[in-house]
Design a protein around this ligand. Structure first.
Ligand code: ADP
Ligand code: MG
Ligand code: ZN
Length: 417
């Protein structure tokens, strides 16, 4: 575990056994879990102490519990900001299975339901209120909320505020005035992937200087990581997929067109594959998502639009058909595999021409220099000879031992250094 603080070098002191008995008993009685997972206890203790906090924990580690549980212990309302309607709906439904009432207001449902949910939040029946960032930051909502007792604001998928991040959303930037609108209300931010620069960015945008920053577990021990020289021939992709018979996986492509083309290649070869990208209509996307979640479709061939917050434990492989835009994006995407703790593979097909394509795209972006740096980082990762897992955890400021199962570790001639 690495511990850092938003204010440069000052470290957040470790918090152990400070979490109240009440939290532990709520964990059992409401959520039905015996014990906290790594990190949850100290994050919950920070929240209960009323601190601003940024928690970085891998996908599937259990970040939601870190704000859902404190929400049940306070007197007031917890506001949760989430970027996607699907994520909001998932959480509300999941909480309901634990007997917890949560409200949500978003554009994907009838006005009458939004009004009902708002009433439930105002009169205290609902303990949490889920909102999109653009809903929250309207002057009308800010005004209405300032009349309520709010215990805490939670910003989930907080890396979306960072312009350097791969999922940047302009609406998330609007959250930068939240702390000024509610100077006394603590704010918690959660994300799965953030290197030091992105962490700083999130803290600067959302939090106050004394915020606690806690970073956990970048070392995913069940991931078998490899980088292959890309061959521009469809047999390479087919052979990769063949080595994972009848299990679920995701193939990430650079463009929508690539995703569609590769889906066709795989379907022609007899695989159960479907395309997912932001160009499909909402209904089609949610169909594909459902089929993947249920296991009816094994393989999703997607752009980066697919996967944020996805809670499918048995994804066995992630293939990057094209080099990702940054180490962060890459780490976030491979983090979706093997959430059940069983073996999973991540294969990146690395081609210099894809780096060139990325560079050309970068030149069109507003922050071209930074984007180019990130492309250079991922290119040198791909060409690097040290243990893949070690290189990745180092990027996030954590040391790990050679994994013994990545391509570099297995390649004796370039023994992991
Ligand atoms: P993420 O960190 O990706 O947001 P989630 O909050 O969606 O992860 O949690 C992933 C899964 O882990 C959920 O199914 C959740 O119920 C489960 N989980 C969370 N905390 C615990 C715990 N202490 N013990 C057992 N399961 C847990
Ligand atoms: Mg989550
Ligand atoms: Zn290794």
């Amino acid at each position: 575990m690495v511990l850092t603080s938003a204010t440069a070098k000052k470290e957040t002191p470790p918090v152990e056994s400070q979490t109240s008995d009440e939290a532990t008993s709520t964990l059992r009685t409401v959520f039905g879990f015996d014990r906290f997972r790594e990190g949850q206890e100290s994050i919950i203790a920070d929240a209960l102490a009323g601190r601003d906090l940024l928690a970085v924990m891998p996908t599937g580690a259990g970040k939601s519990l870190c704000y859902q549980l404190p929400a049940l212990l306070g007197r007031g309302l917890t506001i949760v900001v989430s970027p996607l309607i699907a994520l909001i709906e998932n959480q509300v439904a999941q909480l309901r299975t634990h007997g917890v009432i949560a409200s949500a207001i978003h554009s994907g449902r009838p006005r009458a339901e939004n009004i009902d949910d708002w009433r439930a939040a105002v009169d205290g029946r609902a303990r949490l209120l889920y909102l999109s960032p653009e809903r929250l930051m309207t002057p009308r909502m800010i005004k209405a909320l300032s009349k309520l007792a709010i215990d805490r604001f939670v910003v989930d998928e907080a890396h979306c505020v960072s312009q350097w991040g791969h999922d940047f959303r302009p609406d998330y930037l609007g959250l930068n005035t939240l702390k000024a609108h509610f100077p006394k209300t603590p704010i918690s931010a959660f994300t799965a992937t953030a290197d030091a620069e992105t962490r700083q960015d999130i803290a600067d945008t959302l939090l106050r200087p004394a915020a606690s920053v806690r970073v956990f577990g970048f070392d995913r021990k069940n991931l078998r990581i490899s980088v292959l020289q890309k061959i521009t021939d469809k047999s390479q992709l087919i052979n990769c997929v063949k080595s994972f018979p009848s299990v679920s996986g995701i193939i990430y492509c650079l463009s929508r067109k690539d995703a569609e083309k590769n889906t066709e290649v795989l379907c022609d070869a007899g695989f159960s594959a479907a395309t997912y990208h932001a160009g499909l209509d909402q209904e089609k996307r949610s169909d594909v998502m459902k089929q993947f979640m249920s296991g009816d479709k094994k393989i999703i061939v997607a752009t980066v639009a697919f996967g944020m917050g996805i809670d499918k434990p048995d994804i066995r492989f992630i293939i990057h058909h094209s080099v990702p835009g940054s180490i962060e994006a890459y780490y976030q995407e491979i983090g979706r595999a093997g959430r059940d703790g069983l073996d999973a593979s991540a294969i990146l097909l690395y081609g210099k021409s894809d780096i060139m394509r990325r560079r050309r795209l970068a030149d069109k972006s507003q922050s071209a220099a930074n984007v180019r740096d990130r492309i250079a980082d991922i290119a040198s990762y791909c060409e690097g000879k040290i243990c893949r897992r070690r290189a990745l955890t180092r990027h996030f400021g954590e040391e790990s031992k050679p994994c013994g199962m990545c391509d570099n570790c297995l390649n004796k001639t370039s023994a992991a250094r």
